[in-house]
Design a protein around this ligand. Structure first.
Ligand SMILES: Cc1ncc(COP(=O)(O)O)c(C=O)c1O
Length: 412
């Protein structure tokens, strides 16, 4: 950083400001986390200088003997962590992991059944604005009206009538456990392939607090930077018989040179996730989320599905006269960062929305336990109840953040 300050004070200043923002704010974005200093060190290393198109021992460039070792380690650790026969650690992102799998298993125009975006699915699960919606034909399932959990009857009916070649389970905004066995049974009954996108819950799966899709899904995609607490990137797991097809769709199919510094950082994160402390961290994440859910509901707020089993809650503000956008902005003024989110049967559109998504992985990494999370629930409700409360809540947020520095808790 010392050199950067001299060489490029503008960027150094921006990094400094972002560091302070992260340090002094309560970050409750469900898809974010804070990586360890070791992950940061690997990602900021000279491995970024290296071109390594291809795969270990089969590269298109010389000088790959050390980056090969890093990628081999990342692959071995990912396989061990998730008990999977095959891993590809090269996807630059979760979206590219999904793209590579679609391209490996399907032809353009083929049918895919996935979760509706407004019910919690991801853009790459068939949104018209995404490559997925442009290149493949999607049908979407959603949540039941009463329990607001995945409507497995609808999944079965759509599987029968739509006859997809691929069924996708996995979500960006779904607070409940996903029953992979049921999805796999439905996929088998219509001879469809089954993919799980575990981007959000990969850390929970690794920590044993969410059932694993391994053994049920033909192929599994993930990000490495959410609950898994690694560098920003993607991951694909599966059986050995899909390895050649998927590898060739990542490179040369949709990517060029792999990001070797990020792959090394993924290896570090997988190593961390293999330590016993990681399962304890994930248990704490789930406990903290349920404390948050109870705290919000005790103050009269409505949550999608009435609670949570995982790392996030979805507040439905429909009957509060407050949009998700207004809630996000108001909480932001108090130093609490969340994101607006659609709720099932959304009426306000994706830029306004009727809900907010709140996650605890990052504050749990800062070492926060139920007492601190209970306080967070109260602070959120104070601000949502009354905009004037921002004045009192903002200093309380700063104080809480001072007590739990970004690099103390899990990341000490
Ligand atoms: C379920 C799911 N899949 C895929 C992605 C895409 O990941 P990325 O942003 O790395 O492309 C996300 C990211 O939010 C996600 O939630």
């Amino acid at each position: 950083m010392a050199d950067l300050v001299t060489d490029d004070p503008q960027i150094a200043g921006i990094i400094e400001k972002e560091t302070i923002r992260q340090e002094q704010g309560l970050n409750l974005i469900a898809s974010e986390n804070t990586v360890s200093p070791s992950v940061l060190a690997a990602q900021g290393s000279v491995l970024t200088n290296k071109y390594a198109e291809g795969y270990p021992s089969r590269r298109y460039y010389g000088g790959c003997e050390f980056v090969d070792q890093a990628e081999d380690l990342a692959i071995a650790r990912a396989k061990k962590l998730f008990n999977a026969p095959y891993a590809n650690v090269q996807p630059h992102s979760g979206s590219q992991a999904n793209m590579a799998v679609y391209f490996a298993l399907l032809n353009p125009g083929d049918r895919i059944l996935a979760m509706d975006l407004s019910h919690g699915g991801h853009l790459t699960h068939g949104a018209p604005a995404s490559f997925s919606g442009r290149l493949f034909e999607f049908a979407h399932y959603g949540l039941t009206r009463d329990t607001q959990t995945i409507d497995m009857d609808q999944v079965a009916t759509l599987a029968e009538t739509f006859k997809p070649r691929l069924i996708v389970a996995g979500a960006s905004a779904y607070p409940r456990i996903i029953n992979f066995q049921k999805f796999a049974d439905i996929a088998a009954s219509v001879h469809a392939l089954f993919m799980v996108d575990m981007a959000h819950i990969a850390g929970l799966v690794a920590g044993g607090v969410h059932p694993t899709p391994v053994g049920y899904a033909d192929v599994i995609t993930s990000t490495t930077h959410k609950t898994l607490r690694g560098p920003r990137g993607g991951l694909i797991l599966g059986s050995d018989d899909l390895a050649a097809k998927i590898n060739s769709q990542i490179f040369p199919g949709i990517q060029g040179g792999p990001l070797m510094h990020v792959i090394a950082a993924k290896a570090v994160a997988f190593h961390e996730a293999l330590q016993p402390g990681f399962a304890r961290y994930q248990q704490q994440v789930v406990e903290n989320a349920s404390v948050l859910a109870r705290g919000l509901m005790n103050r009269g707020y409505k949550l999608v599905s009435n609670g949570t089993d995982n790392h996030m809650v979805l507040m439905d503000l429909t009957d509060r006269g407050l949009s998700g956008k207004e809630a996000e902005e108001r909480l932001g003024r108090a130093g609490i960062t969340v994101n607006k989110n659609t709720v099932p049967n959304e009426t306000k559109g994706t830029f306004v929305t009727s809900g907010i998504r709140i996650g605890v992985p990052l504050v749990t990494s800062r070492g926060m336990k139920p007492d601190a999370v209970q306080q967070i629930a109260e602070l959120i409700c104070d601000v949502l109840d009354d905009a004037a409360a921002v004045e009192q809540v903002a200093p309380a947020v700063k104080d809480l953040c001072r007590r739990y520095p970004l690099y103390s808790g899990e990341n000490a």
